[in-house]
Design a protein around this ligand. Sequence first.
Ligand code: SF4
Length: 392
Amino acid sequence: MFDDAELTPAGASGAIAARISQALDLENNSAGPKPTTSLLRRRSPLANPQQQLQTLESVPLEGDSRRDRFANRADFAARLQQHGWPSLRPATLEIFQINVGKLCNMTCRHCHVDAGPDRHEVMSRDTIEVCLRALDQTTAHTVDITGGAPELNPHFRYLVEECVQRGKHVIDRCNLTVLLIPSLQDLPEWLAERGVEVVCSLPHYRQFNTDSQRGDGTFEKSIEALRRLNAAGYGQGDAKRRLTLMSNPVGAFLAGSQVKMEQEWKAGLLKNHGVTFDRLIALNNMPISRYLEWLEQSGNLKRYLEVLVNAFNPATISGLMCRNTLSISWDGRLFDCDFNQMLELPVQLAGDRPATVHDFHPDLLAQREIVTARHCFGCTAGAGSSCGGAIE
Ligand code: SF4
């Protein structure tokens, strides 16, 4: 089903990413543990977003309107409607989230991006310039830079500088281990000098749980990276050097209480490793991409989807991140959120206009209807889940 053109993104961006991957020896485990390989590299049917959507839709769930008496229980749009939301519309745009590419030094089991050293999609300097021009047309106060490992994009520092100069709050979504790559070792101080918030993914504060999801050796490297961030002033209550940890469950269950987890993690990491951080955000795993593959292979898919549907919490709807965030892909396409981006569900503009940052119309975007499907139950389950953590 794949041809060579699909496996190797055409153009300069792909060639640049391939050179970075080779130059930094990202395929090697010393650059970051790799418990698996990307769906794309394995030519898995789930590398195709359409296949992911069909897989989710085809799971027979209690409450599926086509199958039983609990009308529309497993239909996300119908659930919104039942709670007074006939359509999901954006609120004020606050967060401009730029995904600068799928290249990563790691290949974690639960990655919703299907990122890895073999993913050669990276945002070009030209597209970054267009993003900055679009940013200037918005009310967004925050620029959330994500990937892959965003720090591996050769224009990452330029993008950060430009956003800081514009007075934006900048977030770097960091996998921690990337900070140990020799050419990036100055990054903690560099980011600290610019007041960038570092949001670091770490599945658990215990070694076993983290390594089982991200690969042997991840935890040790993550702790070393946290020490370097602490040494640069991060994680000690300074609002200009905020260190946030981001946790997601290691199995097929919902994220626990963010407040309780934060207390437990702070105590555990300080006592056992002498590292500190400012806050913890807890996310539900989104049933897409490599986590969807894991759910299928482990026999947990139906059960996990039922957990999400049964835990639907209408109080989370108004705070869904798709309402205050715009997500931009490495090639400049626009999406309601990073999850829709990975599922190739672009924003729907009136008149079927192309939704790209090259043709940016904030007024049209403000009028759009947000695209939803079954995966959205991952955001409304329990206390809710977003890139900022629990919603409620
Ligand atoms: S996945 Fe979540 S954030 Fe994205 S459109 Fe669905 S509800 Fe909104």
